[in-house]
Design a binder for this molecule. Structure first.
Ligand SMILES: *Cc1c(COP(=O)(O)O)cnc(C)c1O
Length: 395
């Protein structure tokens, strides 16, 4: 028996649920790519992306996923043999660093731990030790979607500057932009990047990069530049240069609608909604963890992100069974543990177009799975989430 008829819910950290309004926005003919409406669409989006990144700097849109946007950043500011410092707190900054290595950079990983955030003091100490300033860029993710950690990007940025080091500070906001505060200029970030398919509620296929003046100056002499990613090429006068070719017209219609929805709700409310729904998930996981089979991957409560919660399963219980139960029986698609956590964890995403029924439904389904598969867990997890929401949302 199963009860999965109806809409499947993607509780995995990307791609996320695409709102019906966003889907409908794409259901129309393409624009004449040389027309004024096309130019207006592009200019409005570039302006609003800079607003989302909170920068006076320029943004760029690539027909690419997050991996493409990583490459866009690296190729524009690095030269062959440049050294980059990768701040490990899970899988994604290391993945970005691997791309840099493959492109001809020298990569040093500041060893981290999958159970905690990057320590700003360790970053400062490493940069102070780099007296000759051989490190040209520092790479970090705001939220690591594998470990579920949130890094304090402002504090790490201060540590980079406190070390008196000129390295570019480059931040991956793929999983976090549009879900929690991001302040590119205030936090002294030189380059930021993101993608369409997570907090921004848009189908996969667009990558975004925002750049400040310091990064643009370094760009002038970078020798890893290639035509497709190149900022200078994209700043050219003809409109098609913005995309180095045909614009991804329908994805742009979708993005327009998604950003309008975020601004209509108000970013403050969007961030607060993410916080409340994330906290309700954490309340449930805390209760389930009382039997010591389940547990949070991130040890410090304050370092758990508001977009995804990574839950460990121990004592020989198989997360794949829970994943199958939720998917095959109940139409909830959980994230699985990836990389270091493969076979040891599952992930609940609470990112983008999510509301109380989606999250409470997901928790209820996970709890049904824990019962059905006889995985020991504390009783009343979903109840705790309900109580938290009842209290925090108010009458
Ligand atoms: C998903 C993700 C990426 C990679 O994005 P793709 O679109 O899958 O290439 C990079 N960084 C973070 C933090 C992510 O969550």
């Amino acid at each position: 028996m199963n009860v999965r008829a109806g809409r499947e819910f993607l509780a995995l950290p990307g791609p996320t649920t695409v709102p019906d309004e966003v889907l409908r926005a794409m259901h129309r003919p393409a624009l004449d790519i040389y027309s004024q409406p096309m130019v207006d669409l592009t200019e409005g989006l570039l302006r609003d992306l800079s607003r989302l990144f909170a920068t006076k700097g320029k943004s760029y849109i690539y027909v690419a996923n997050g991996h493409g946007a990583w490459e866009a950043v690296l190729s524009n500011v690095l030269s062959r043999g440049d050294k980059v410092l990768v701040l490990e707190s899970g899988s994604f900054a290391v993945g970005w660093g691997n791309a840099a290595r493959a492109m001809g950079a020298e990569v040093e990983v500041l060893k981290g731990d999958w159970t905690r955030a990057v320590r700003a003091s360790e970053v400062e100490a490493r940069l102070r030790a780099d007296k000759d300033h051989t490190i040209k860029a520092v790479l970090v993710t705001q939220v690591d979607t594998a470990s579920g950690v949130v890094n304090d990007i402002e504090k790490i940025g201060k540590a980079v500057r406190a070390a008196g080091h000129p390295a570019l500070y480059m931040v991956d906001a793929v999983a976090s932009l549009g879900c929690m505060p991001f302040e590119m200029d205030k936090w002294d970030i030189d380059v930021a990047m993101s993608g369409s398919q997570k907090g921004l509620m848009t189908p996969p296929g667009l990558g975004f990069v925002a750049v400040n003046e310091r990064a643009r100056a370094v760009h002038q002499t970078a020798n890893l530049r290639t035509p497709y990613w190149d900022w200078t090429e994209r700043d050219g006068v003809e409109h098609y240069r913005r995309y180095a070719g045909t614009p991804p017209v329908h994805l742009l219609f979708a993005l327009r609608k998604a950003i309008d929805m975020l601004f209509e709700e108000g970013l403050e409310n969007v961030f607060r909604r993410h916080h409340l729904l994330a906290e309700s998930v954490r309340r449930a996981v805390a209760v389930w963890s009382k039997e010591h089979v389940l547990g949070f991957n991130i040890s410090e409560a304050s370092e758990r992100s508001n977009v995804v919660t990574t839950v460990l399963i121990g004592n020989g219980y198989d997360p794949a069974k829970l994943h199958h139960y939720c998917n095959d029986k109940c139409a909830v698609v959980l994230g699985i543990g990836i990389s270091n956590l493969q076979g040891r964890a599952f992930r609940i995403a609470h990112m983008g177009h999510v509301n109380a029924p989606m999250i409470l439904g997901t928790l209820g389904v996970v709890e049904a799975g824990l019962k059905s598969l006889q995985i020991p867990h504390g009783k009343g997890g979903t109840e705790a989430a309900i109580t938290f929401l009842a209290e925090s949302v108010g009458p």
